[in-house]
Design a protein around this ligand. Structure first.
Ligand code: BGP
Length: 469
């Protein structure tokens, strides 16, 4: 049995759902400079906003004006929590102001109050794939140590303002994605000739210090705060029992463990230091950094899990896409319409790997199936494929808790209401229990409607995960 107060809910990110991108004083964020893409076309990260181009985040699903209606629907499903993020540029439009934007703060006051009205606990990602664009252009975002101060000012402002409304926080969304998509995860546009590894790991170091300082500060402001890290967990398999494939598998996952190791243990492992040596990375660290890392270890690990990956020592292979990573094809697994493997067992493994390694509570804060839904004549949407995906993953998640003893705080499937895809910028790639009438080009009434999965998830929550049929 899952614990009684298990946090069932759903997850979104501000930049993928709010829209209203210049309203009430909001500044431009890096996310606002990503055009629409497609499965076979990368999103373009433009220099500023270029007129004539379509930027899906500017309107998204207009959650900014629909949040009351949407939260009422979440409440109807029985959500016990709702994971969203705070758009940094609503609070500090350029990122370097000293005084926050009151209208931005007021918006989140209202949003959190609306959640609490229904007994829904807000779970807040402080920075989810959006950085003030001004800071990205003027100081190179997290390349610069100065970012730590801007981030901490942001944290202090929101911690103090929302301390009576928010208890659960995460410092950065998928912090390890900086090694895969630095523009998205850290607002860093690698320049030609720039030493990629040096830049990325120096920036990650600044983020680690910022996160650790935020954890410490948060606990000082309110000892009841629970502040986690958040990573993309890419379960890896070695392609065969050839030991060389297993070494590749170890190396592939180590890239990601570096991030959780530092944030959970509070220092770089010997292996991480060897890795830096091999890559010629020399971190600039102040004498206080080590203490900051040590004093700001996280309370829990939030992670996303969508698909698994395969590592091989032979690189000239047929590759297949996954969330952020391309991988060798797994012949045992089916794939989604976007090519991501579907591997529920990989979630049980993820939970075991992380819990065995760290022994701190885990929180599955993203999981789900991106699919193109069909609206029937009568308006109904029969998303049995989504129900099947979620059911199978919840079953494995329960096994991890009930059979393996993993300590799990909750489960918030991604995109509980349809929103803009981070990877492709499409609306067509839908995850929601709630359908939003909007297409890839920004057309549509924005009307909300329930998919079949809505009633199914309602039952799952009501039975605390016992009734999955
Ligand atoms: C994660 C991100 C989310 C989200 C999700 C699904 O990596 O944290 O922001 O979008 O992936 O990916 P996509 O939107 O590309 O389908």
């Amino acid at each position: 049995m899952l614990q009684k107060n298990f946090l069932w809910g759903g997850a979104v990110a501000a930049n993928q759902c709010e829209g209203a991108y210049r309203e009430d004083g909001k500044g431009v964020s890096t996310a606002d400079c990503f055009t629409a893409g497609a499965v076979d076309r990368e999103r373009e990260y433009t220099r500023g906003i270029i007129s004539g181009k379509y930027y899906p985040s500017h309107t998204a699903i207009d959650f900014y004006h629909h949040y009351k209606e949407d939260i009422a629907l979440f409440a109807e499903m029985g959500f016990r929590c709702f994971r969203t993020s705070i758009n940094w540029t609503r609070i500090f439009p350029n990122g370097d102001e000293l005084i926050p934007n009151e209208k931005g703060l007021a918006f989140y006051d209202d949003l959190f109050e609306e959640c609490l009205k229904y007994g829904i606990e807000p779970v807040v990602t402080i920075s989810h794939y959006e950085t003030p664009y001004h800071l990205a252009e003027t100081i190179g975002s997290w390349r610069s140590r100065e970012m730590i101060d801007h981030y901490i000012r942001f944290c202090e402002t929101i911690f103090k303002r929302y301390r009576n409304k928010v208890k659960y926080w995460m410092t950065f969304n998928e912090i390890n994605v900086i090694v895969l998509k630095p523009e998205m995860a850290a607002g860093i546009r690698p320049e030609e000739g720039e030493d990629f590894y040096q830049t990325i790991y120096q920036a990650a170091h600044h983020m680690f210090v910022a996160s650790a300082k935020a954890v410490k500060l948060g606990h000082e402001i309110d000892p009841d705060f629970r502040i986690g890290m958040m990573m993309l967990y890419p379960t890896f398999y070695g392609e065969t029992c050839n030991p060389l494939d297993q070494v590749k598998c170890m190396e592939a996952i180590d890239v990601h463990y570096l991030f959780s190791d530092v944030q959970v243990r509070g220092y770089y492992s010997a292996k991480a230091n060897k890795f830096f040596e091999r890559k010629g990375v020399v971190l600039e660290q102040t004498p206080e950094d080590a203490a900051a890392l040590k004093n700001g270890t996280v309370d829990y690990i939030g992670f996303s899990y969508y698909n698994s990956n395969v590592a091989s020592h032979q690189m000239d292979r047929d590759m297949t896409p996954g969330n952020m990573l391309h991988t060798v094809k797994n012949p045992y697994l089916e794939a989604s319409d976007w090519g991501w493997t579907v591997d529920p067992v990989g979630l049980r493994l993820a939970l075991n790997h992380l819990y065995d390694r760290y022994q701190i509570p885990l929180f599955v804060v993203e999981n789900g199936l991106g699919a193109a839904d069909k609206v029937e004549q009568d308006g109904s949407i029969h998303d049995d494929y989504r129900i099947a995906y979620l059911r199978d993953h919840i079953k494995q998640m329960k096994l991890a808790v009930e059979e393996d003893g993993v300590e799990l705080m909750g489960y918030t499937p991604w995109g509980c209401i349809d929103l803009v895809s981070a990877g492709t910028g499409e609306m067509k790639k839908r995850y929601g229990f709630i359908y939003v009438n909007r297409d890839n080009d920004g057309n549509g009434t924005l009307e909300r409607s329930k998919k079949d999965s809505f009633a199914w998830y309602q039952k799952v929550i009501a039975s605390n995960g016992e009734d999955l049929n």
